[in-house]
Design a protein around this ligand. Structure first.
Ligand SMILES: Nc1ncnc2c1ncn2[C@@H]1O[C@H](COP(=O)(O)OP(=O)(O)OP(=O)(O)O)[C@@H](O)[C@H]1O
Length: 646
């Protein structure tokens, strides 16, 4: 089989020969013209995985696939894919190529089942219409950005993924054997103890593949696995994909503009231009195809470069139309390597329904039960929390520092009758602290978690419910400790009444405020990106402050705005604090610093701020209801967001 400047002698051992000097040693060129396969880097996988897919291979066919997106209110729609067709044969490494904006990622999103909105046409698996539930069990999608747990080492990432993706009946040794084998073959074994955030681009890409290989998928979709990598890492990743494909998997990647040597590693190419198919067939047949279509690839030109130039319209828009017609928008199967491609009926006979029975199995959406998912996710959460400089260490430090600062600023204000208003300001400042720090931390950090969640959830690692329970439980002890440290510091430094019940009430209100603020942050973080969230979080908190009864007392609120005080969780917080500090029949305060202490009698102060001293349980109940409502709303938003992005 001949490519311009590249001769593919064998499927698994690609050799290259310069066209002008057939027997001359190959030159080192990764770009156009004659090419040499890049020398495998030391970390290149040396052999294939022993674990080959146990289930039958997958023959995928798609017809008249369209994808339309809404551009915005009153801006109409844009059609990205224009009725493309294609066939993805098993044991092949397929490259989807095309210029930027041609629709490669969109096609991959549609084929992997990731994109569902605005999609038309049909996808068939082994001759039958695709059943998404079944398809997801046999496939995985690795997005362009490596969505890895950066705080965990390679080994931890793999072990936790194995716990989530392999049946619970397999013991730790069996799982260990599988992960060891994958890591060894992907050249990552020696990096077992390196944190994912410290891996190189190529290693991160291989780790992304390794994680998905754990449950041995039959079809793997990879969006631009070579982008951002140097030529040796590119070759390493593509060679790995090639080996995995030849073991019985179908591997589909989008690639930008591969060098000639990299291009030759693919078995099959699918070329897109402006959402239409220009060519579909074996890599080796591309040059003869172009020749027959009347647009021959110039000698010494990398066919991959040339076809992208054609697809960009550099040789005229008419050439795109000629090629689209010749490829019948992907319907033509004449340029495949295999001569007898079975039709749908033959495929159905080859893969009878009884095949599906075995594939369907009796387990649910994910590989392991929800209880196991939650357990593993909690374990992962604590491991991350232990190492997380922002969410744990900085948060604890901020609580200590702010506690000391507030304590120093309002030192001894709690017992002094002349400083009651000062103490009132302190209580409000404490509320602000408990509102702002957990809310902003969540708004700033959750969107990056969201991308990992979206990948792992789509690839069936766990259910959203298990994930949600785990993040709720993992955060509780951290919130509890931070809040307790802060409360002890500020309470004692500002000389609040040393009474166990009063402190318990003060602490209970504090922790509830933290939980509400965090849930509010989660809601915003789930629905918005960091920029919008950072703007919306504090902005939406302003009305909460207005209605808290601080500045304008609850009595002075205009009747038509009084409803606001019922929805403001800060109102319940402030009321709870004031009840804890000045309620419960607190005796007369000291009056040592001034001659006259206006609020020496706590009842006078309570009457002034129009707050009842005995509302603790009511406040706790209101805060509990708020937490529950916000948590449920955040869950529903998360669920909506996971589907809306698709
Ligand atoms: N949600 C969307 N809303 C509007 N336009 C979109 C949307 N998604 C994709 N597009 C547009 O559709 C076209 C194809 O996008 P796609 O990401 O599939 O291209 P691509 O071939 O993968 O490009 P690249 O190689 O640069 O990643 C682009 O012009 C893109 O701007």
């Amino acid at each position: 089989m001949m490519l311009a400047g590249v001769q593919v002698l064998d499927k698994d051992a690609v050799q290259y020969r310069s066209q002008d000097a057939p027997d001359a040693p190959a030159s080192q060129d990764g770009g156009s013209g004659s090419a040499t396969p890049p020398a495998p880097p030391s970390s290149t996988p040396a052999q294939s995985l022993a674990r080959v897919p146990s289930r039958g291979p997958v023959d995928m066919n798609f017809t008249n696939v369209t994808c339309t997106v809404k551009l915005g209110i009153n801006k109409g729609y844009k059609q990205i894919l224009h009725g493309v067709n294609g066939r993805l044969r098993p044991r092949q490494l397929v490259a989807i190529m095309g210029p930027s904006g041609a629709g490669k990622s969109t096609l991959l999103d549609v084929l992997s089942g990731y994109r569902i909105t605005g999609v038309g046409g049909a996808v068939y698996i082994n001759g039958r219409g695709r059943n998404m539930k079944r398809f997801k069990k046999m496939s995985c999608y690795i997005q362009q950005d490596d969505r890895l747990q950066g705080l965990l080492t390679v080994g931890e990432n793999m072990a936790l993924a194995a716990d989530l993706k392999l049946p619970t009946s397999q013991d730790v040794y069996e799982k260990g054997e599988i992960t060891e084998e994958i890591l060894t073959n992907l050249g990552l074994y020696e990096h077992m103890n390196t944190r994912a955030s410290q891996l190189s681009g190529g290693q991160r890409k291989r780790l992304s593949i390794a994680l998905e290989l754990i449950n041995n998928p039959l079809i793997m979709f990879l969006d631009e696995p070579t982008t951002g990598l140097d030529s040796s890492s590119c070759a390493s990743v593509v060679q790995l994909c090639r080996r995995l494909a030849h073991q019985g998997r179908t591997i589909v990647c989008t690639v930008h503009q591969p060098s000639a040597s990299l291009f030759a590693l693919f078995d099959h190419v699918y070329i897109l231009a402006a959402g239409q198919c220009l060519y579909q067939g074996s890599t080796a047949n591309l040059v003869p195809y172009l020749e027959l279509a009347g647009v021959p690839c110039p000698i010494y030109h990398n066919p991959a470069d040339y076809v992208i130039e054609l697809a960009c319209g550099e040789y005229g828009e008419d050439k795109i139309q000629v090629l689209t017609n010749k490829a019948e928008n992907g319907k033509a199967l004449d340029w495949f390597d295999d001569t007898d491609i079975p039709n749908m009926e033959a495929l159905r006979k080859e893969y009878p329904l009884s095949f599906l029975k075995e594939q369907d199995g009796d387990h649910g959406e994910e590989e392991t039960p929800q209880s196991n998912q939650t357990k593993v996710l909690i374990k992962r959460g604590f491991l991350k929390a232990k190492r997380d400089a922002t969410m744990t260490h900085l948060r604890l430090m901020v609580n200590v520092v702010v506690g000391i600062m507030l304590g120093s600023l309002f030192i001894n204000a709690g017992n002094e009758g002349s400083r009651v208003l000062e103490n009132y300001n302190l209580l409000f400042a404490i509320l602000m602290h408990h509102m702002m720090s957990p809310m902003m931390l969540t708004i700033l950090t959750f969107p990056s978690e969201m991308s990992i969640l979206s990948k792992e959830h789509f690839n069936r690692w766990y259910s959203l419910g298990s994930y949600y329970i785990s993040i709720t439980l993992v955060d509780l002890p951290i919130s509890f400790v931070s809040c307790a440290v802060f409360s002890v510091i500020v309470y004692t430094m500002s000389s609040q009444p040393l009474d166990v019940i009063r402190f318990s009430q003060f602490f209970a209100i504090s922790i509830y405020t933290v939980l509400v603020a965090q849930s509010f942050g989660l809601m915003i973080g789930a629905a918005f990106n960091v920029v919008n969230g950072t703007f919306l979080g504090p902005t939406l908190s302003v009305p909460m402050m207005m209605f808290a009864g601080f500045g304008v007392t609850l009595r002075d609120l205009p009747p038509y705005l009084y409803w606001g005080s019922y929805i403001s969780y800060l109102r319940y917080g402030l009321e709870g604090y004031i009840g804890a500090i000045y309620g419960r029949n607190r005796p007369t305060l000291d009056c040592n610093e001034e001659k006259y202490c206006h609020y020496r009698y706590p009842a006078k102060f309570l009457a002034e701020v129009a707050m009842s001293p005995d509302m603790f349980w009511f406040d706790i109940m209101a805060l509990t209801i708020t937490v529950v409502i916000l948590r449920v709303a955040a869950f529903l938003l998360l669920k909506w967001k996971l589907n809306a992005v698709r």
